[in-house]
Write a protein that binds this ligand. Sequence first.
Ligand code: ADP
Length: 562
Amino acid sequence: MDIRRRPLKSSRTARFSAASGVHSGTKASDALPLPLYLTNAVFFTLFFSVAYFLLHRWRDKILNSTPLHVLTLSELAAVCSLIASFIYLLGFFGIDFVQSFISRNELEASEVRGSIVLREEYPDRADIRCSDFSMDRPAIKPLCSVEDEDIVKSVVSGETPSYSLESKLGDCFKAAQIRREALQRLTSRSLDGLPLEGFDYDSILGQCCEMPVGYVQIPVGIAGPLLLNECEYSVPMATTEGCLVASTNRGCKAIYASGGATCVLLRDGMTRAPVLRFPSSKRAAELKFFLEDPLNFDSLSVVFNKSSRFARLLRIQCAIAGKNLYIRFSCSTGDAMGMNMVSKGVQNVLDFLQNDFPDMDVIGISGNFCSDKKPAAVNWIEGRGKSVVCESVIKGDVVAKVLKTTVPALVELNMLKNLTGSAIAGALGGFNAHAANIVSAVFIATGQDPAQNIESSHCITMMEAVNNGDDLHVSVTMPSIEVGTVGGGTQLASQSACLNLLGVKGASHEAPGANSRLLATIVAGAVLAGELSLMSAIAAGQLVKSHMKYNRSSKDIAKIGS
Ligand code: ADP
């Protein structure tokens, strides 16, 4: 049984069809022998001409003292025509006039009553939800109860702040539902298509996203198996870019057929750099020397490491600009990406230093020497998060059969594009073909911070002919991959499932940090595969062709749109 409400008619045509009893699904003109404007003209003419005729007749009767109720056949026909045309014109124009008196509030109230009636009509249908009611004005949707409706109205009026809904209602789903409804009414824009149900809003409260109104769906594809350090991984990639997963998959195939890739972790340290101001450059320099003195490192580490059982201070680097001091603290953070952890450690050290340097003014816990979510040479040169290098020797026949190109073509293209071309462009960490593509897709699938794609995608891709020029040595060196397997978005159900697929879900109990380090090597391995495949496509001149095939849908967009 169709429990959806029929849409209210809004156009004149629709109103006419309702008034004249024409089925709502057909256009009025479809049900009439003449086009609508001609029908209107006919009835208008009929109405005024018979009215004129009758008035004349009645005036003659009054003059001749003939009783008015005595009608001739022509007068009877005229009266019938007058009534018929009056009904028609009332049906067409009258409803518009009446509706203009119905206020918006009354409409909303009637919708609430309607939804309650529906609940009463279908008591056995517990699955009836607010979203089941569709109207042609998406900005006004009924909610499930009068109380809900009242809350929506108070959010719309500004009486209840939208951000307070979770704490006020104690129900995260309901809060998102009400906020969404209020938003639609305030903006008069529909959010149809943005799903609301099917998501655990409790899991993001106070951690991942404030003021939710739904969630965006991104498809997840699988590239692999990626044979890396003698283990196989199926790499989840969340993307809407056609070709990307297929291309990375082809790279994985080439690596697999050549015996796999090897990845080595070079360094692991998350950074945070506060900015401190002193009365003089001399005082700033004094703290710099104090912090860089190896004799002070142990005591500073003890203070720093109190922030977490996983935080371990590794290095302190200082830079001075006038009387301002920037201190770049680097620490290992276990399986967490570590921004929170390192920030807490830095705060501990600053509190400690305040005793000996009371004239130090902490301008900001982050002074951009860190450097988080911005392209910066410091990350490219010094590293941030996990620094890794990943390599593979791709056999010549695999280059020919799987990658459909040649070793010299790849080596030449890499030199002219990834090295020389990027140098000419003044690239910062961008000596690669599309590392960011793979990094972003894996980051989104596994719950990493997508904004850290900026420094995490720093990568130099090298290609060299080896074994007398028969085979290809390919490597990616990535100094700042910032990943974690605990905290942030990693604990959400879908992201957690993707981490589980890679065998790196949550904290490593055997060796804290092992999961996040392994994830960094997998990211690099996937980047290696992506670089190989895209570079081969460009070398073979296939790039445009394959994108036209996979990235440009052959579906009729006009039809989808309609
Ligand atoms: P981040 O610092 O990346 O923002 P969070 O602070 O959100 O991460 O998450 C780290 C939290 O997880 C800390 O409270 C930490 O104590 C806890 N934790 C549990 N196991 C581990 C582990 N193996 N490595 C790092 N943190 C862990």
